[in-house]
Each structure stands twice: as structure tokens, then as C-alpha cells.
Design a protein around this ligand. Sequence first.
Ligand code: NIG
Ligand code: FE
Length: 387
Amino acid sequence: MSSHLYSNIGQLVTNDPALGGGILGVLDDAALLIEDGRVAWVGANSYAPAADQRTDVGGAAVIPGFVDSHSHPIFAGDRANEFAARMAGESYSAGGIRSTVTATRAASDAQLEANLLRLATEFRASGITTFEAKSGYGLTVEDEARALEIAARHTAETTYLGAHVVSPDFAGRADDYVALVTGDMLQAAAPHAKWIDVFCDRGAFDVDQARQILEAGIAAGLQPRIHANQLENIGAIALAVELDCASADHCTHLTHADIDALAGSNTVATLLPGAEFSTRSPYPDARRLIEAGATVAIATDCNPGSSYTTSMPFCIAVAVREMRFTPAEALWAATAGGAKALRRSDVGNLAVGARADFNVLGAPSFIHLAYRPGVNLIKQTIVGGLA
Ligand code: NIG
Ligand code: FE
């Protein structure tokens, strides 16, 4: 059993409120002992136990690794021109997904995996230590299954999103496509997926279709999550709560009743600041969600259309500046909140027993993540105790 002590931590965020220091469980002048890839001890620097190895972080802040609970990193091509057109006044629509579908189908497995690896490397560089990955740019039995097979080589959090939009091969035959998504495609995808997701929104799937799709996934052993009300409120939140989805994502358009329903449920509201930023859309009402007591996560939504960012610090900065999260709320949402959205308790915190996934910042305080936007403050990332 080898042990490694990280000492002289100016500010340690544990997300363990039992340690004091508010919801973030912040300890000043702290140390962190890692044994066998797990947190074995946290406490005052002056009481730090002996260890086989010791790293003095020189007063830096240490935070849990970010948990990105929503990304679409298995695709080919990009949509830079669509972004430029949007910045010149065009609006975002679900239809853009189909151009990525064409490029993704044409790509080889090796190309798709290389692109995923490139994005996973970027995730890691931005301090993300756990990421979820959705399919959804294949929309055939074979293309959805291969996307998930590739994703499962790189993350345990794989999500079947055959119901991203109606496949172009099924134009005008949405019901037939739903039958495929809940039938042969589900059977091919399920062995490689943990979650099932559906884009329940204008231009994608309505609430009845989404219910059918999620229920089929649940029957096949997958756990539900949902893209809810990004473009319009079509009633997706009530469905999310009804089916006990782990997460309702986007939540750009919410009624007061939606907010109360989320607050009274086990469904996390996952907000995606990169999507509103990159589609120039109004931001969701994060303050109301937080004040009502809903559990809120922040994720990158990394995808080539609506949010082509892999940077969690960027998302935190936007959440603070534009959505009025406090810096502490935003950090919690990007770590513990993301873990809750994936129904995980072993990541997103640095309590004793948690996986030793953490970031040493090039800053004395986590506030700098929002205070110094666009600056790379992720000095070192440790995953499972390994640098
Ligand atoms: O989460 N909203 C649906 N899916 C993605 C966008 C996909 C795309 O535009 O390619 C999202 O924003
Ligand atoms: Fe998404």
C-alpha cells in the first residue's frame, strides 16, 4: 500500500460539509493523504501524517476533479460556419444535428475514436476527471452501437441518445423512427450504455415520444436522463420527474411549477452555460432553482453545434457572470452536482473514501476560476491518485 501526502494546501475544497466550511467543506492550511487511489485522510497541515511520498503544493488551492455529466464527444466534422452564421444573427435549431450525422456516418471507427481522444485530453486539461459521453450522431442501429462501443473504452458513463433527432432516413415517419429507437437500436446499444437520453424539445421529440423511449430504455436496464426544454417549454420537466430521471438538462425554459417539481425530486437540474453562450440564448433562471432547493449541476454539453467547449472553468465563469451563481455554488455544481447527476458518490468530493481525483490550481482560491476567466488555472490534475 503506497501513500502520498499533498501538503501545504492553502485552501482545500472537499465538498464534505461534515468538515465545516459550508457546502464546499473548505479547509484552510490543509493536507490530503492518498492511499491506493482513494482519499485516506484530510485535515490540518500541521497534523498531517507521515507518508511514502510527499508533495508540497506551496499554498495553492486544491479542488475535487470536475464531473462533466453531459457531453456529446463522439462525432466527426465541425460546424464552425453554422456558429459564424449564428453570431451574425441566425438562430439555433435542432436541425443542425443532421449535418453532424452525415459527417459521423462517413467517418471510420479510428477517426471517431481519435476525435474522442482529442476531446478527452482537452477535458482532462480543463480539470475534468469524470465525463459522460452520449451517442446521437449516428442514428442507425450500427452507428449508434459503434459510437457507444467506442465511448465505453474511455468512460463508464455512456449514454444512448438514438433519440437525438428523427433520423434523416425517416423524414415524415417519426413514429417508425421511435419504433427503431425503442426496438433494434436499443437492443444493439444497451450492452454498451449505462444511460438512456432523449432530446425532448421543439424540432426533436415530444413528451409522449420521450416517455415511450425512456420507458423502453428503463425496461432494457438503462437509467433515464433527458434533454429538457432547451428551445421551448414543451413539458419535459414533469416527465423527467415522473420517470425519476437522474438529470434534466438545459432547463432553459422553466415555469415556477417546473422549478418546484425539480426541487421536490431526485432529478438534478443540469445547466449548460456553454449552450446559451454559443447559441446566444437567454440563460436559465439558476437563482430561482437554487433558492427553491433544487440540486443543480453545471456541465460542458461539449458538442460541435451548440457548445463546442471542453472547458469546465469557462462554464463556471459564465455561470457566475451570466447566471448569477456564487463562485462557491458554481464550483459545487461542477463537482458534487455533476456527480449527483450521474448518481455517483465516489467522485465530485474529497471526503475520506472518495476517489482521489483532484486539481491543484495555479491560484490561492477557487474564486479565481471565475475571477480570472479564460486563464488556465489547472496546474495539475490527479486521477485515482495518479498524476
Ligand atoms: O445538448 N440539444 C440537443 N443536443 C445538443 C446539441 C447538438 C447539436 O447541435 O449538434 C445540445 O445542445
Ligand atoms: Fe446535449
